[in-house]
Design a protein around this ligand. Structure first.
Ligand SMILES: C[S@@+](CC[C@H](N)C(=O)[O-])C[C@H]1O[C@@H](n2cnc3c(N)ncnc32)[C@H](O)[C@@H]1O
Length: 203
């Protein structure tokens, strides 16, 4: 099975059988918008017991991740080069994911562009549907306004619960390696906000 899926024909695809694709049964974790793939490759290397799916629209980033997977001989990652909402909707079964990572999503800082932000109530409902009970959603951003926006919409999503306690940001977990955008933000003196929510079992 190829590591990379093409972006075509997604409408006609049934949810993927990831056990067959990876050739084993293992927890499934998705990273949306992995950029150059550095953090995803590191996580895959640190957690060989986990099957990872990367979703990224930017083809050069996909190529960079493919190279890293080859160089590091990592076999526990598959990649979709396509829009994350399309992939979650059509290719990923409900209640199948152990976790979703979204590190430094495009912040769309101008008010008139806020509607382009990936994290909104519809996106969170879709994501909550795909998570298993107890599965996690981990977002991080260096853009305070987006962090507060994410906190607001996440706190309003009935099926997700803040691991840190209501309206609290989480400490940065040790397993989250620095990303390219995070390093860029650090150079500019930006702060970083981590939000970790879990799929509630009772809803
Ligand atoms: C600001 S960059 C952050 C990249 C990386 N996570 C990092 O921290 O270095 C946001 C990434 O999300 C990708 N992206 C934006 N919208 C997306 C979508 N709907 N589906 C998949 N990837 C998306 C972009 O192509 C870009 O690589």
């Amino acid at each position: 099975m190829d590591t990379l899926w093409p972006a075509h024909g997604i409408d006609s695809v049934d949810p993927c059988d990831f056990e067959a694709i990876f050739g084993r049964s293992a927890p499934l974790v998705v990273e949306i918008g992995f950029g150059n793939g550095e953090t995803l490759a590191q996580l895959a290397s640190d957690q060989p017991q986990v099957n990872f799916i990367g979703i990224e629209v930017h083809r050069p980033g996909v190529a960079q991740l493919l190279l890293q997977l080859k160089e590091r001989e990592l076999t526990n990652v598959r990649i979709f080069c396509a829009d994350a909402v399309e992939i979650l909707t059509h290719c990923i079964a409900d209640e199948s994911l152990s976790g979703v990572n979204l590190f430094f999503p495009d912040p769309w800082p101008k008010k008139r562009h806020h509607k382009r932000r990936l994290v909104n109530p519809d996106f969170l409902n879709l994501l909550a549907r795909k998570l298993k009970c107890g599965g996690f959603f981990h977002a991080a951003t260096d853009w305070e306004d987006y962090a507060r926006h994410m906190m607001n919409v996440l706190e309003q999503c009935d099926r997700l619960e803040n691991v840190a306690g209501r309206t609290k940001f989480s400490p940065r977990p040790a397993h989250r390696a620095l990303t390219k955008f995070e390093r860029r933000g650090q150079k500019l003196g930006h702060g970083v906000w981590d939000l970790i929510f879990s799929r509630r079992a009772d809803l």
